[in-house]
Design a protein around this ligand. Structure first.
Ligand SMILES: Nc1ncnc2c1ncn2[C@@H]1O[C@H](COP(=O)(O)OP(=O)(O)OP(=O)(O)O)[C@@H](O)[C@H]1O
Ligand SMILES: O=P(O)(O)OC[C@H]1O[C@H](OP(=O)(O)OP(=O)(O)O)[C@H](O)[C@@H]1O
Length: 212
């Protein structure tokens, strides 16, 4: 029974390949420098799709992929009804509210806090919880520019080392949540392909335990 795994391209790809390899899967096709988007491990009857991180939850939710590997940030933002099976413990970072430190923040004059972010859903949920009214300004990258250019008061973005913030004169003001890569499964696939999926999840769990 073939299973399809959607993998996020970019930062998280290599670590996902390493983990799959340690679980006995053949990822050699994935490691080839090609422009292909679909890869196979024919021996283990696994098909891999290499897609944009934000598209991983889409493929898994639609059942085109049975499993997916993607960051918790992307999952929260997608808000799709997937089963999150494992915390893979790599790709670690935080989602934070960042901006100018207190002194400069007092200079903010806008009535409603303007929040620049690539994560409108997460930002909305976070401020709703706090009972604060905000205006979201959706950006797709270089989010730190928001407060610098006065486009926004703060940002909600990923912080890993903190270097980008520091080099742009900004600081973490609040931590929204911790992020790491997760294994997600389509709800129907978990039932219909249980015999193929369960051993793979068990093996991944074993590998992650051995790492501790
Ligand atoms: N320093 C970091 N910056 C951004 N993402 C990080 C960082 N550290 C870990 N991650 C994780 O890696 C994922 C982002 O990977 P990547 O940067 O390849 O994609 P992206 O820039 O969001 O995608 P796209 O190419 O679609 O813009 C995030 O969703 C997050 O889970
Ligand atoms: O705390 P740090 O280690 O500096 O990492 C955080 C930075 O990395 C990410 O940007 P990315 O490199 O994905 O570029 P982007 O601005 O295009 O999103 C994120 O949006 C921050 O800007």
């Amino acid at each position: 029974m073939q299973i399809t795994i959607a993998l996020a391209k970019g930062r998280l790809a290599e670590m996902a390949e390493d983990l799959l390899e340690r679980c006995g899967l053949d990822v050699s096709e994935l490691r080839e420098d090609s422009r292909k988007l679909v890869f196979y491990d024919r021996k283990n009857d696994v098909r891999y799709l290499l897609v944009k991180p934000t598209d991983v939850p889409v493929y898994v939710d639609h059942g085109v992929a049975d499993l997916g590997v993607v960051g918790k940030d992307t999952l929260l933002e997608a808000g799709r009804p997937l089963y999150e099976m494992l915390d893979l413990r790599y790709g670690k970072c935080d989602i934070c509210v960042a901006g100018y430190a207190e002194k400069k923040r007092q200079e903010i004059t806008s009535a409603v806090t303007r929040v620049a972010t690539k994560y409108p859903r997460i930002a909305k949920m976070y401020y709703q919880q706090k009972g604060e009214n905000i205006e979201i300004i959706k950006l797709n990258g270089s989010i730190e520019l928001g407060p610098i250019l006065g486009l926004s008061d703060v940002i909600v973005d990923i912080v890993e080392s903190g270097r980008t913030l520091k080099e742009n004169g900004l600081s973490v003001l609040e931590t929204v949540c911790a992020v790491s890569a997760r294994l997600v499964v389509n709800r129907v696939s978990l039932k219909t392909k249980y015999e193929a999926i369960a051993p793979l999840i068990a093996k991944m769990k074993e590998e992650l335990e051995a790492e501790k």
